[in-house]
Design a protein around this ligand. Sequence first.
Ligand SMILES: Nc1ncnc2c1ncn2[C@@H]1O[C@H](COP(=O)(O)OP(=O)(O)OP(=O)(O)O)[C@@H](O)[C@H]1O
Length: 393
Amino acid sequence: MSLPPLVEPAAELTVDEVRRYSRHLIIPDVGMAGQKRLKNAKVLCVGAGGLGSPALLYLAAAGVGTLGIIDFDVVDESNLQRQVIHGQSDVGRLKAESAAASVKEINPLIDVVVHNVALSTDNVMEIFSGYDLIVDGTDNFATRYMVNDAAVLLGKPYVWGSIYRFDGQASVFWAEHGPCYRCLYPEPPPPGMVPSCAEGGVLGVLCASIGSIQVNEAIKLLTGIGEPLVGRLMIYDALEMQYRTVKVRKDPECVLCGKNPSVTQLLDDYEAFCGALSEDAQQAVTDSTITARELKDMQDRGDDIFLVDVREQNEYEIVSIPGATLIPKGEFLNGAALEKLPQDKKIVLHCKSGGRSAEALAIVKNAGFSDAVHVGGGVLSWVKTIDPSLPSY
Ligand SMILES: Nc1ncnc2c1ncn2[C@@H]1O[C@H](COP(=O)(O)OP(=O)(O)OP(=O)(O)O)[C@@H](O)[C@H]1O
């Protein structure tokens, strides 16, 4: 399905612009009209991280006339393996500022708008209303559902991408012409079931593969060329080197874009909708959370504890708390872990930052280990407060 161009062409290109974009101008499908449309386009990239980095670089280089960048975070050293819009000297700097500086260096002819804020229900409608199209480079379900809902309510196309280890996905959600994100994923996954890149890792170059596909889709939509990924999900396996697309149908029962929508405005709280922690886990951690310092005191006193690290082997090899036994969370979910826990010791669980250990704690408590606890903040908190000489990730 081809679609009409999303934006009208600008009146003209300057001499500098003609020189800069000449390799676009000589492609018949793009040509002068297409490049003028790009000049008139206003695109917002949500997140200047893994996907946002290549997306912003290529959107800027392509001559998208107004480029919005929204991110609330600062550049961390662990970002540099994939977030190529930032450099070593940007560590600690606001990502939106750092990304804007790179983008302006690549193309001083475009306007860059910096939003140094977290996109939230309070600002998303106002911010989105200034743009023609949204490119999503974020990494969390709460933001994705919010971006989707706002895009549907405002009638804007939403170019989505997702990455994990060697696998990537991309699609274009645009309720006026096809499905929305909720048609594909009506419910967020149960908390803790889908590991994030921070938990499971991501091959840096995968960001370029998926981020550039997102830009390709944006350019097609803005200029009205080609077959956009509306109603199709692109699935990429970098290890097998396979791309395939599967059809995604609009769900007539979709609560947001279906025939009788029950969601007609933004939700109050997308974090709650996506459940920071399951109810069981929330219940379990109440009164059963200790700090890294308390764990250290227990160890120094020689308390009879059994410390379990519920992360994955790779994470354990990067950094671990002395004395911890590795039993990955999956073994708690399938029950195998319970046989490995001693009945006569106090069970202390930890993970990277406390989410997975909270889920495991609920299972352990339900199995009868009533005095089990978990370490709030996980190994990251241990590194920060007990042994800063250890690496964090
Ligand atoms: N609601 C939001 N508003 C603005 N920016 C957001 C929002 N949610 C996520 N982001 C940004 O999107 C980017 C996503 O990047 P990426 O997936 O590479 O993860 P990261 O948070 O930088 O790294 P890691 O999770 O490995 O520590 C981050 O820079 C993050 O700050």
